[in-house]
Write a protein that binds this ligand. Structure first.
Ligand code: AHR
Length: 506
């Protein structure tokens, strides 16, 4: 059980069906002190893959400021780069120095395309500076060496005199970059080298020995973690790695409708695939719980973080695009998946200290799609906009007993919730209704929470397949929510079918 369930938000089926014309529920939020929801749970991922970097963040010889401005609005806290699988084929020296002299390489991981390395270390860190976010660099274990990793850190973070630090100065950055978040490989069980957890643990200990903290940037080392519910991987790492020098262990879990071979369309699907996707998304709760329980055995004080540094829905690529580029459209369904997953993370803020949606622009569950000089914000972007109020707020614990959304003999909870109080004392409540047909009425009790007014925003649309396109970029976008009102000391909320609502109680 999530330890937070002792504290606070209680969602219980209470009022008989029919009173409001649909299944009503009661939500009780008690004001208690839960863990802080790290802003880094709202992190993102930008791999050198398809059109994420080139065409997405970077065009010609410059960073796209339209993309930067959109991402600044949602307060991106941390950005992961250069992969992904690509991290274990990336050699940092290929991407520094005068651009016209950079090595031409082949991206053998993603589509065998030529890589001119015009976007390298300095460009990525300039992007982070423009976004006002922390960089999270994934170092190369698969085809790299401990020396190469050690040198990259010296190049980035040493403020004194050395050949590598001088090279950084010569390349235009006199001050050290102070990079703290550092991944030691990626998916080392798969594309990162097909290792066993024991073998990887040995390599992690060896590589991390040479990852030095420079005075202004204590390293936060992140070990390459499990594939979904591979609990053996986590157990083995917790046993064998040097936990004293480890800040986090990662875990990757993607929402999948079908199989890896037949993932299904991002836009052309019916209720069966809608339901399957949501069911797959909700497995995140069990998987996080499973890894956390193992980590608790070795680290009861929760010093080591679970870092979900890849998550999101993975569908077939859009027809007519290079399948290796993983370009997919983004529907209202995906927004519900994002909000549900963020609720799960908010409710596990005691162990999850960072998460990174895959991937920011033009790849998988993207926030932004670009087409030459045009760009659009996806429904998933709008969820991050609604949820930004949770960054660094104090979580209020939840226990949810929701009405079911049933389909084809299966069922899932229709409603999921998270709640938190921010540093100004405002209570934020995020509610998601996954049922595609039924609105749900919720009555709250709020012992210990006094508020004068409620306001909120809602994200919904007529169909779960609705997307934002370059022809209709604002089809799915947030609106003022008028379905919540104060009723006595509590609230009455009419949650529309397939909607995300974030309320502010002031
Ligand atoms: O995000 C796409 C890929 O998915 C990443 O490169 C890899 O880590 C994962 O398998």
């Amino acid at each position: 059980m999530n330890p937070l369930t002792f504290f606070g938000v209680l969602l219980v089926a209470a009022i008989p069906s029919g009173v409001f014309g649909q299944t009503p529920v009661t939500l009780s939020i008690k004001d208690t002190s839960g863990p802080t929801i790290s802003r880094n749970i709202y992190g993102h991922f930008s791999e050198d893959l398809g059109r994420c970097i080139y065409d997405g963040f970077w065009t010609g010889d410059h960073i796209r400021m339209d993309v930067v401005e959109a991402l600044r609005k949602i307060r991106v806290p941390v950005l992961r780069w250069p992969g992904g699988c690509y991290a274990d084929q990336y050699h940092w020296r290929d991407g520094i120095g005068p651009r016209e002299q950079r090595k031409q390489t082949v991206n053998t991981t993603w589509g065998m395309v030529s890589e001119d390395n015009s976007f390298g270390t300095h460009e990525f860190l300039q992007l982070c500076e423009l976004l006002g976010c922390q960089p999270y660099i994934a170092g190369n274990v698969g085809t790299g060496t401990p020396e190469e990793m050690e040198n990259w850190l010296e190049y980035l973070n040493f403020s004194g005199k050395s050949t590598l630090a001088d090279m950084r100065r010569q390349n235009g950055h006199p001050q050290p970059y102070d990079v703290s978040f550092w991944g030691v490989g990626n998916e080392s069980w798969g594309c990162g080298g097909s290792m066993t957890p024991e073998y990887y643990s040995d390599l992690y200990n060896r590589y991390s020995e040479f990852c030095k903290s420079y005075p202004r940037a204590p390293l936060k080392l992140i070990a390459s973690g499990a594939n979904g519910d591979d609990y053996h991987w986590t157990e083995s790492l917790m046993k064998h790695i040097d936990r004293g020098r480890t800040w986090g262990i990662s875990m990757h879990y993607y929402t999948l409708v079908g199989s890896w071979e037949h993932k299904g369309s991002a836009t052309n699907f019916g209720e069966e695939d809608y339901f399957k996707a949501l069911k797959s998304c909700l497995r995140m709760e069990d998987i996080v719980h499973g890894h956390s329980a193992i980590m608790d055995k070795y680290d009861p004080n929760k010093r080591i973080s679970l870092v979900v540094d890849e998550w999101g829905i993975w569908t077939d690529a859009e027809p007519g695009t290079n399948p290796a580029f993983l370009y997919q459209q983004n529907s209202l369904r995906d927004a519900l998946i994002a909000a549900t997953t963020l609720n799960i993370f908010n409710n596990h803020a005691d162990r999850i200290k960072m998460a990174n949606l895959a991937q920011t622009v033009n790849v998988l569950q993207a926030l932004i799609l670009t087409d030459k000089d045009k760009m659009l914000l996806t429904p998933t972007y709008h969820v991050f906009d609604l949820y930004k109020v949770f960054q660094d707020s104090r979580s209020l614990a939840i226990q949810v007993k929701s009405p079911d959304y049933a389909y084809g003999g299966g069922k899932i909870p229709a409603v999921n919730v998270s709640a938190a109080r921010d540093s100004d004392g405002v209570v934020h409540v995020a509610l998601v209704n996954l049922d595609p047909a039924k609105k749900i009425t919720i009555r709250t009790e709020l012992p210990g929470i006094s508020f004068g007014a409620v306001q909120g925003r809602v994200l919904t649309s007529a169909r779960f397949t609705d997307v934002n396109s370059f022809e209709m970029p604002d089809k799915v976008k947030p609106a003022i929510f008028t379905g919540a009102r104060k009723e006595g000391a509590g609230l009455l909320v009419e949650l529309p079918a397939m909607s995300v609502v974030v309320l502010d109680l002031k």
